[in-house]
Ligand binder design. Sequence first.
Ligand SMILES: [Zn+2]
Length: 239
Amino acid sequence: MRLQFAFLGLIALWIIVFGSNRAFTFEFDGKTEVYGLNQVRVITRAQVEDKVVALTFDDAPAPALPEILEVLNKREVKATFFIIGAQAQRYPELLKEIVLQGHELGNHSFSHNFDDSQKLEAMIQDIKKCEQVIFDLTGRIPLYFRPPGGFLNDRVKEACGRTGYSILMWSLDTRDWALSDCKEQIMENLLAGLSPGDIILLHVVPQTASLLDEMIAALTEEGYRILPLSCLLSGAYGR
Ligand SMILES: [Zn+2]
């Protein structure tokens, strides 16, 4: 009898340990860390088997945005835009248009200027300033923070811990910002490393605007569905 209980206990333990791990849909940079009062998660992709991905556009809003929004609208795709606070002040109507069309927002700092010399308090103020600009213009609080230039050190993590953000990186870099003269290479970068759960890094730049329709067609052709980040990461999408 006692042996049976021990066996059941072992099964329960197995379910708790492995069952909960399986429900864990984010890939961290090795460990969960605590900064400020919050656990800071560095998310690079969703761990799913379904052919689903998210398109993320950095450095919004910018003049190439209307063309990008038009393509997304035509293709009925929702994306996530990482907002630079200073750019939002410069192009407030474009920022509002992103929200009106049902896309998601991320915080990409006010200044877009993080480096090793930056003090923690300056980073915190920069992140909060961007959040305030976005809130004042749209009434939205961004869900994620992506550091400018992908610059990530312990101070950035601590600043996110203290401002309550998860850090949202990417798993597939198209290098679109550096390849204005080589659209074939951007397409190759997009398709060569593509896998389920990818968070795809793009920018609000003219070469991406003119390629976007082709990109979405190619992803669809490969059998992929494109989701906003919140759906990709929560698994809240129909199968
Ligand atoms: Zn950027």
